[in-house]
Design a protein around this ligand. Structure first.
Ligand code: UDX
Length: 462
């Protein structure tokens, strides 16, 4: 099928490359000519595992092309709208890019095509889109509008595209569902050569859910909001654990065993970030979904609470040398949009700390929004002479740290972990004090008095 994907961001580029991989002829479009040239020369505008290989394979095979939106919509049988919907000042999504694409399609397309809305949009955007298409339509445009929300997680987006748990589409006519089914057939039947797993064992077929467009849009919105709620909920449980002397890891384990609750998304920490969740909890189509306001408030408080934890240990932040490990909003991505790590960095810099930061992928993107930080090439370089090492993103690389080496280079052996990556017994055995979220602080007595004036007090209080 001749498919066009408008928008070469996290969702669009992944969708375009994966649709080409399952055999479609795909034109991927973006307004940003520099980005298109970058892609044509084989460079990726962002880091996403496996994306580069899927893009280059399909670009070289001629199944994937990079074009302007104006040329890409011409002659397309199906057009996926994947442009950005950044949050406005009130937190709701800015739909101007979606509206512009609708106008381009209406003015450039003749004959029949499917217009598929994949960008994260508020409920009823499909109806507005349809109105725009009709309003601006030139000669002979006939189209059907489909809502087909993405559930791709950054960091595992390629895997999620090929092995989704469900594909949701919202249509106005049954025949349209059949056309969409045809586009996704290799995924629905799991008949493709998996680019993620060389010996792929994932053969389970995804569910195919067909609804009206409003329900389909709401499935995406409600799913994201529910996940955000789960995170804020466990974060409140973590606070409760700290207050009563319980351990949130064990509480979450016990809760997650109940199949009605499930173990996923019960990791407490410095809160959710990324481009989707903050926007989703702020969008409510005029209904007073007050529960989500509280989800957002709880999430916002995580940052200040974490900085308070740092202050409690260091007493004074001004003039302290602090290392921050992790900048991306979560591991396996270089995306720093709404990253809690950056907020923490901002507050520390504002208070006068000397901050050194390290992230395996996100340094360049972080530099652009926070230049007043020393960015380092390794976690050890960032931790050199640090009075505290803060963990802001749970990258796998940090699980393989040589603690003895780290112990020798820091000025104070203090780890404050905003993602609960480690086991306190292990860190204490290497001479570190370990502060985490929703668990009791753990202090080492090993040589502590010579390195931390508060350690004796901590040991006495234990
Ligand atoms: C999300 C949805 O999961 C995905 O379906 C949708 O299509 C896009 O938005 P993504 O933003 O990539 O995906 O990230 P996700 O893995 O959902 O994590 C979101 C945030 O929540 C991250 O900042 C993560 O660190 C945080 N998180 C997640 C927690 O703090 N605790 C958890 O238990 C899980």
């Amino acid at each position: 099928m001749k498919v066009s994907v408008i928008g070469a961001g996290y969702v669009g580029l992944t969708t375009a490359a994966c649709l080409a991989e399952i055999g479609h002829s795909v034109r991927c479009a973006d307004n940003d000519e520099a980005k298109l040239n970058m892609l044509r020369s084989g460079q990726m505008p962002f880091f996403e595992p496996h994306l580069e290989e899927v893009v280059s394979r399909n670009y070289e095979a001629g199944r994937l092309q990079f074009e302007s939106p104006e040329t890409a919509v011409t002659g397309a049988e199906a057009i996926f709208i994947c442009v950005g919907t950044p949050p406005l000042e009130n937190g709701e999504a800015d739909l101007s890019a979606v509206a512009n694409v609708a106008r381009t399609i209406a003015q450039r397309t003749t004959g029949y095509c499917l217009v598929i809305e994949k960008s994260t949009v508020p409920v009823q955007t499909g109806q507005q889109l349809k109105r725009q298409l009709q309003l601006y339509a030139g000669k002979g445009l006939r189209c059907d509008l489909v809502s087909n929300p993405e559930f791709l997680r950054e960091g595992s987006a390629i895997q999620d595209f090929f092995h989704p748990d469900r594909i949701v589409i919202g249509v106005e006519r049954d025949e349209v569902a059949a056309q969409l089914r045809e586009i996704y057939r290799p995924i629905l039947e799991q008949t493709f050569k998996c680019p993620v797993h060389p010996e792929c064992m994932h053969t389970e077929k995804p569910a195919w859910i067909v609804t009206d467009t409003n329900s389909s849009e709401l499935i995406k919105h409600a799913s994201n909001s529910f996940l955000a709620m789960k995170i804020s909920f466990i974060n409140m449980v973590a606070d409760l654990c700290e207050a009563v002397g319980a351990d949130v890891t064990k509480v979450a384990l016990g809760m997650g065993m109940d199949p009605r609750i499930g173990p996923a998304f019960l990791n407490p920490g410095i809160g959710f970030g990324g481009f989707c969740f903050p926007k989703d909890v702020a969008t409510n189509a005029g209904c007073d979904f007050s529960l989500l306001k509280e989800v957002e408030n709880v999430n916002k408080r995580r940052i200040a609470q974490f900085v308070e934890k740092v202050r409690k240990e260091l007493w004074v932040i001004r003039g302290r040398k602090i290392a921050v490990w992790g900048l991306a909003f979560k591991p396996n991505t270089d995306d720093v949009r709404f990253a809690p790590a950056l907020e923490i960095l901002r507050l520390l810099v504002h208070e006068g700390a000397t901050v050194s930061a390290y992230d395996p992928q996100a340094t360049e993107k972080a530099k652009a929004s926070l230049p007043d930080v020393r960015y380092c090439a390794s976690p050890y370089e960032a931790a050199q002479d640090a009075e505290a090492v803060l963990i802001a993103t749970e990258w796998e690389e940090f699980s393989n740290i040589d603690w003895d080496r780290l112990r020798r280079i820091v000025s104070q052996p203090l780890i404050i972990d905003g993602r609960n990556m480690f086991d306190s017994t292990d860190l204490i055995s290497h001479g570190f004090h370990y502060i985490s979220i929703g668990r009791q602080p753990a202090f080492s007595t090993d040589g502590a008095s010579s390195i931390d004036p508060t350690a004796e007090l901590h040991s006495a209080l234990k």
